[in-house]
Write a protein that binds this ligand. Sequence first.
Ligand code: NAD
Ligand code: MG
Length: 331
Amino acid sequence: MTDTSRRTFLAGAALTAGAAVTAGTASRAAAQSAGATATTPPDPATYPKPPYPTDMQPWPGLASKMNPRPDHGETSYKGSGRLAGKRALITGGDSGIGRAAAIAYAREGADVAINYLPQEEPDAREVIALIEAEGRKAVAIPGDLRTEEFCRSLVEQAATQLGGLDILVNNAALQQTRPSIAEISSELFDDTMKTNVYAPFWLSKAALERMGKGAVIVNTSSEQAGNPSAEIMHYAMTRAAVLNFTKGLAKELAPRGIRVNAVAPGPFWTPLQVAGGATVEKLREFGADSPMGRAGQPAEIAGLYVAAADPLLSYSTGQIFGSTGGNGQPA
Ligand code: NAD
Ligand code: MG
């Protein structure tokens, strides 16, 4: 497949989702049939490789405006009831890795609430349509995670509208490059900590007031946790904190029958990277230094979010599930 045809393929997959948003019920049925007939996963060898186009966007960016559009599994993820009847809240569920998890959770039989920023409403609408196309309940709760007040209200709204909460996926994050520590302002440092460390802490605390035996918290760390890049050191610190938080909280909650796991991605093709998370130079060669020689697509990591929450993996808690294209694991 040529680069152009690969892009057309991904754009076509994404358009299926986009169409479902604008045309309502009829196209929801179309999206449903896309999910139901999603029997042939894309050949990973056909995914785009570096050099990538460097079409940057203002933060927080939209998946629907990326070139090439990421593959979140819209037309390929096929479920088998692994999360049947579960009720999940996914932060950053509008795009990227969170969207891939939301699609997978719905196709595994879960009702799903997603949180995102108000500017991301167009992306969120696509995800809501895809969840509803599976016959699952979809709840959209926009809002900024940088305050405890909103985090508490988000958990309350999600639990009320879903009728309870079994899975919390802490996935939202802020990643903005700076060439030197001298240029990391206290304001950026604070925003990064609030979004990436405080919010998972506040959300977990609020969710645990409502969670019972069998519930799961799935955090998002990164290969950056153990191997930080200089230009995102402030962000990398937060992924290390989340990794550590995962292991500590898992110990506290094991006796309650509640598990806590984390997924640690390597380089993935998402809005985070084109909206200030990577320099132009890094984006062009994104993932080139991994043994796979390319960035991952969100569809390729969704299964780890399912595994991290799957009741069958009942002995797995405090675990870090990695997907780095061959570059090893965080500590
Ligand atoms: P993404 O841009 O698609 O998702 C990040 C989301 O964070 C946004 O969609 C946005 O909704 C949310 N967000 C940011 N600030 C927020 C705020 N103040 N309030 C509410 N929501 C806010 O990018 P992604 O790459 O899919 O990121 C998902 C997770 O994956 C993050 O935790 C990131 O650290 C992690 N990760 C990504 C990569 C990668 O290469 N893409 C690598 C390692 C880890
Ligand atoms: Mg987004």
